[in-house]
Design a protein. Structure first.
Length: 250
């Protein structure tokens, strides 16, 4: 029975990551916590699941030419540093204020996503990528990494939010780029939690391998979807994230 539940979780995670490029934390952490795993162990396990899942998703987006490697490295390397900081703060840092800010931020990004679903070519903000954007992006990615280390959210959806605000990139390319950056941040966080023995490897492997295959299928589907539909789906995910984070703190 538990194996079946892990497989269902893996399919859902693959769909979420494959279509939106976001972390499976929204599914994995609540599910594993409900099954009796501690919150911290659920976070560590979620990070390892993200590491496994992103491999097939990145492969599909890369084959379709929808990965900006330079931007991924700029975002991902900053998040690697932040994830190490965040993992060390996980047991001492107050989460309430961070979750409230994160909830408000994702609510705003839901608005931006739904607005773009009506006009996918809309540029929310025009910033010269060769100067200002590439200064802000690494700084913001460090903060994303801190969230990765403390809350287990590998940053996929936050990387997308940063790119939506700073760069004029097609939504499919944003998702592929964010997924590669998420692989780097998730790996950094997973290593830290593994060293602390805060990962359920059996659950992570079953869920992750299932998500590896389902993520491949849904990533292929996403690359055929109209950008407007992806933005609408992305906006819905932002809404769920915002509400779930707000509900956790209230």
């Amino acid at each position: 029975m538990i194996l079946f539940i892990f497989i269902i979780i893996g399919i859902a995670v693959g769909a979420l990551t494959g279509i939106t490029g976001s972390s499976g934390v929204l599914i994995v952490v609540p599910a594993l916590s409900y099954l009796g795993l501690s919150f911290v162990d659920s976070i560590g396990s979620s990070l390892l699941v993200d590491v496994i899942t992103t491999l097939s998703v990145i492969f599909v987006y890369f084959r379709h030419g929808n990965v900006d490697i330079k931007t991924s490295l700029i975002l991902g390397l900053g998040a690697v540093i932040g994830a190490q900081i965040g993992s060390r703060l996980a047991f001492i840092a107050p989460e309430r204020a961070l979750e409230l800010v994160f909830s408000a931020f994702t609510a705003y990004m839901a608005y931006v996503s739904f607005k773009r679903s009506k006009n996918p070519k809309l540029n929310i903000r025009k910033i010269n990528a060769r100067n200002v954007a590439y200064i802000y992006a690494p700084l913001l990615s460090v903060l994303i990494g801190v969230v990765t280390g403390t809350l287990g959210a590998s940053g996929g959806i936050m990387f997308i939010a940063v790119m939506m605000l700073l760069f004029s990139i097609d939504v499919k390319r944003m998702i592929g780029t964010a997924t590669l950056a998420m692989l780097l941040s998730a790996t950094s966080g997973a290593v830290a939690y593994s060293i602390a023995d805060k990962i359920d490897f059996l659950a992570s492997l079953i869920i992750g391998i299932t998500a590896l295959f389902s993520g491949y299928f849904f990533a292929k589907l996403a690359n055929k979807m109209k950008p407007a539909y992806i933005y609408a789906f992305l906006g819905s995910v932002f809404v769920i994230v915002s509400i779930s984070e707000l509900a956790r703190v209230i």
